[in-house]
Design a protein around this ligand. Structure first.
Ligand code: PEP
Ligand code: MN
Length: 346
């Protein structure tokens, strides 16, 4: 929304009046006719234009078309399979970085389902920085992953890397993952959306919040049933962690835009000792779930072993997560949940 301040009025006192109404001003621009334009922040609750128009000094109020109408209308709940996922009913996703063998994924699925995990992750097609690193077992791994999920009553999460694999990946996945490197791949977003599946959309490692939301708009406008925005850390300046977990963006999307956010503390931290504290921080910030890389022999992992936690570790978190309840989850009743329940709008 853009508020135009009359040329003879004091823009500061208009700003003050807006702040008193709980509105934040994102920027102030000078028009050539001497008037000032106050561009209001898109996020967060806002009184109607009629209320703002009555403030002293306000000339006019214009409401530009929202640039991501479908994202704005999405709401805080995402459906994944039979689950309604939100900050009140968060989703615990666990599993290895890559599906390494049939035996491995079955073994992990059994351990994870017994430790409160509802969705099994595992890459069949891996986006690796080096072409010489393990690239994943492809279609064969999709089958192993699906069988393991089915056997243990878990939802399946796996990454779509290319348009040519969309049918095979969509058949396997209850939740299609778009990786950080592909958030800007608009052709891929279109075909992913067209599957009609819910999509876990990872934030590109240098994406602004606006670019991330617009990538979500690509998915929804092409047919995705829901989008879960996944914060996995952005490029920082300090190499002590692999990436910089942007909890501000998590809180902004969850509370400002009222969207479901999943946090991936594994790729953010790059080290297993930080995964549990960052998971709890994510839930307190309003996340609708966490996705954690797990391995039962992290030293032998074909990728991302340093950040993989043992399945037993997840037990520490399981109490914050409802077990799958068809159609709806039950509200949490823990101290952290009371923060979440107050924060979530529905
Ligand atoms: C992953 O989840 O295994 C992965 C490759 O993540 P990202 O796209 O965030 O690097
Ligand atoms: Mn990984």
């Amino acid at each position: 929304m853009i508020v135009t301040v009359n040329a003879d009025a004091d823009a500061r006192s208009v700003q003050k009046a807006l702040v008193n109404l709980g509105v934040s001003v994102a920027s102030e621009e000078h028009a050539t006719d001497g008037k000032r334009h106050l561009v209001l922040s898109e996020a967060g609750p806002r009184p109607g234009a009629d209320v703002i128009r009555k403030l002293p000094g306000v000339g006019s109020v214009s409401e530009p078309e929202p640039c991501h109408p479908k994202v704005s209308a999405h709401g805080p709940i995402a459906r994944v399979g039979q689950r309604a996922v939100s900050a009140r009913t968060p989703l615990l996703i666990g599993g290895p970085c890559a599906v390494e063998s049939e035996a491995q994924i079955h073994r992990l699925a059994a351990k994870l389902s017994a430790r409160g995990v509802s969705a099994l992750r595992g890459g069949a097609f891996k986006p690796r920085t080096s072409p010489y690193s393990f690239q994943g077992h492809g279609r064969e791994a999709l089958r192993w992953l699906k069988d393991a999920s089915k056997e243990h009553g878990l939802l399946t999460v796996t990454e779509l890397m290319s348009e040519s694999e969309v049918d095979a990946v969509a058949e396997c996945a209850d939740l299609l993952q778009i990786g950080t490197r592909n958030m800007y791949n608009y052709a891929l977003l279109k075909v992913a959306g067209a599957t009609g599946r819910p999509v876990l959309l990872k934030r590109a490692m240098s994406a602004t919040v606006r670019e991330w939301l617009l990538a979500g708009e690509y998915l929804l406008s092409h047919g995705a049933s829901s989008v879960l925005f996944c914060e996995r850390g952005i490029r920082g300046f300090d190499s002590q962690t692999r990436n910089l977990l942007d909890l501000g963006a998590v809180a902004l999307l969850a509370h400002g835009y009222g969207l479901p956010v999943i946090v991936d503390p594994s790729h953010a931290a790059g080290r297993r000792d930080l995964v549990m504290p960052l998971s709890e921080a994510a839930l307190a910030a309003g996340a609708a779930g966490v996705m954690i890389e797990t391995h039962d022999a992290p030293g032998d992992a074909k990728s991302d072993g340093a950040q993989a936690v043992h399945p037993d570790e997840l037990q520490k978190l399981a109490k914050w997560f409802p077990k799958a309840v068809p159609g709806k989850g039950r509200p949490l009743s823990s101290p952290v949940a009371s923060i979440i329940n107050q924060g979530a709008s529905s």
